[in-house]
Design a binder for this molecule. Sequence first.
Ligand code: PEP
Ligand code: MN
Length: 356
Amino acid sequence: MELQITSLNLKGIDETKRPLVIAGPCSAETEEQVMNTAHHLAEKGINIFRAGVWKPRTKPGGFEGMGEEALPWMKRVKEETGMLTATEVATPKHVELALNAGIDVLWIGARTTANPFAMQELADSLKGVDVPVLVKNPVNPDLELWIGALERINGAGITRLGAIHRGFSSIDQKIYRNSPMWHIPIELHRRYPNLPIICDPSHIGGRRELIAPLCQQAMDMGFKGLIVESHCNPDCAWSDAKQQVLPDVLDFILDRLVVRDSTEMTESLSALRKQIDELDNNLMDLLTKRMRVSREIATYKKEHNMAVLQTGRYSEILEKRGAQGVLCGMDANFVKKIYEAIHEESVRQQMDIINK
Ligand code: PEP
Ligand code: MN
């Protein structure tokens, strides 16, 4: 399905400029914390303020947000600083309350995006409403589920639509709280070039030190904007304390961002791209030849009554090429993945021949 997308149309904001920045605390905790953080951010030129009013928590008993009580604080932020306000909505009731309180931008959290029933209910509650909606990726790395959620909201007539990349749950996380799996938002961008994608370095990184490098990476990859958690007293935050930064620190990070916006194709770039095209051609050629030899091996195995999978040989290839790859400056895991994929296709082709 095509998405019908218009600009986010955010009042007073030049959307042609990158990055579009949304900042504010993970949660609205107290009126004082909200106002204090908001004033500091506004002084630094931030013009969209985020704060979670309703917080989805993994286990009951954690801080679940102040709820309705916090909405008048968001109103005050708007009146006193002129910033637009944004909050997470997870149910039709949240949508109704947020809109009545004059919240300017709604976002849908990762846990909600993962649930098509919840998404449809939200979409139904947004019919006939003119408000920008940002859909975070689902917790699991499933691009189709993310797109499905965007389609549901779009189907309700919301064209002021955007996506937020906040990383994905993964079993082998080391560095990140949520693995960025950049190829997923990049594929989303390839399919919907007009859909603004905003990076959430706070929930990807989970740690303060990672905010700056992740912001830079997002800019280098052409993301439209950033949504960053910022708190007037991060260490004492009631949720996500480790990943929040002071408004001053955020300002410092944004100040040092290098934003490359030139799409101009110079001669040397196009010459380099020609080289890449030629090398890719060679790669395909080599792969085709390799598969041909592999099919010949299959014929041999069939004639000699041998099994397709010879695990000893497979391990030998993985080890040898893995080590070679590392010597050539490549990541061992990357080489392993390539050889696993080649091997899988090779086995598929051999099976074809053996079972004929
Ligand atoms: C948040 O933005 O504070 C939040 C709860 O994020 P996510 O839905 O990405 O976990
Ligand atoms: Mn948070």
